[in-house]
Design a protein around this ligand. Structure first.
Ligand code: TRP
Length: 337
């Protein structure tokens, strides 16, 4: 039996934070080591263009994100790690899929609807103000990413579930209209991994501006941890670990035995100041080896470029074959054959 294919993309905007590490990066790297799966991880840089018009930031973020995954231990020998824009077959497939996608399906996309709703809330504004065709067709590019490699499983956050439904819909429609060339993918949402809270206690997210960057320099890491919101309980008062962001972050990195020990210290009334110091030291020890690797990689963009190019070569071995079949199926063919 052929291996199960697991694929996911990372949009190259922003800087990875602790929540990204715990919720996506660490589990993906662990899963890439499973000999029963074939993993495809890629930098979704064409998706980045939809949100970001600053060329230097798009490039910088691709570099940062690639360096982050490698520094965290992703082994490009055991998976296929590539950059979306290196796989020209993806953009070609996007067009073919665009031609089988109902406009009505795209009208229902949350991101597009939210943009229109925000415009409509403003008197006199054009409902499509600021909406590019890139935003509107975003789910089709994402479907092409997934269908191109016949992915069986796609680990995503809940916010991406609708896009997965659309990819399934598009695959089925193509399979029905032409030939059964595409695998209908399944979304995988890991409910057991609670989202990490941020500095203010809300979900850690760059849209709330409450994140702790994964590879913040040591002094910044310390400062940010000192800013994490706590309640006003005094030292010595027993505290509830389950409503404490400090505990939650610790637990996401700790072994079960370490977390149990810290629970005991909460009961004993550990002071918030002491807890913050403890969390800083604990995280810093865990992150330091990865941070050092990250900094070394950031200083060697040529190495990262070489890794991504090799990944693209591996990826294109399968995308080339599938795209040739797709083109044949829709009638884009040699005239003499
Ligand atoms: N849209 C995804 C996000 O913002 C990123 C992405 C692009 C993706 N293409 C993908 C995820 C394909 C999974 C599969 O998170």
């Amino acid at each position: 039996m052929s291996k199960e294919i697991v694929l996911t993309g990372i949009t190259t905007t922003g800087t990875p934070h602790l929540g990204n590490y715990v919720g996506a990066i660490a589990p993906a790297i662990a899963s890439s080591r499973d000999p029963g799966v074939s993993s495809f991880y890629f930098l979704a840089d064409y998706h980045a263009l939809i949100k970001c018009g600053d060329p230097a930031r798009v490039q910088r973020s691709s570099l940062e994100i690639a360096a982050t995954w490698l520094a965290c231990g992703l082994d490009p020998e055991v998976c296929v790690f590539y950059r979306q824009s290196d796989i020209r077959e993806i953009t070609e497939l996007t067009w073919i899929l665009t031609c089988v996608t109902a406009k009505g399906l795209m009208n229902r996309a949350h991101a597009y609807k939210a943009a229109v709703a925000a415009n409509e809330a403003e008197a006199g504004a054009d409902p499509d103000r600021g909406v590019t065709m890139g935003l509107f067709c975003y789910p089709i590019l994402m479907a092409a990413d997934i269908l191109m490699f016949r992915a069986n499983k796609v680990p995503v956050g809940k916010d991406q579930l609708q896009h997965l439904e659309m990819a399934r819909d598009i695959a089925q429609r193509f399979n029905h209209l032409y030939e059964e060339l595409f695998v209908v993918p399944e979304a995988v949402v890991d409910e057991s991994r609670a989202l990490l809270s941020g500095l203010d206690g809300r979900k850690m997210s760059k849209s709330y501006d409450n994140t702790i960057p994964l590879f913040a320099p040591e002094q910044t890491l310390r400062k940010l941890i000192m800013r994490i919101k706590t309640n006003s309980q005094a030292p010595g008062e027993p505290k509830d670990p389950d409503s404490s962001t400090l505990f939650e972050i610790y637990q996401a990195f700790a072994t079960p035995a370490e977390a149990a020990e810290l629970r005991r210290r909460y009961q004993e009334g550990i002071a918030w100041g002491e807890m913050k110091q403890l969390l800083f030291e604990y995280l810093n020890t865990q992150l330091k080896p990865m941070r050092d690797r990250y900094e070394a990689l950031m200083a060697a963009p040529r190495e990262i470029e070489a890794v991504l190019r090799q990944g693209a070569e591996k990826a294109r071995a399968s995308s080339g074959t599938l795209l040739a079949e797709v083109r044949r199926a829709v009638g884009i063919r040699r005239l003499d054959g």
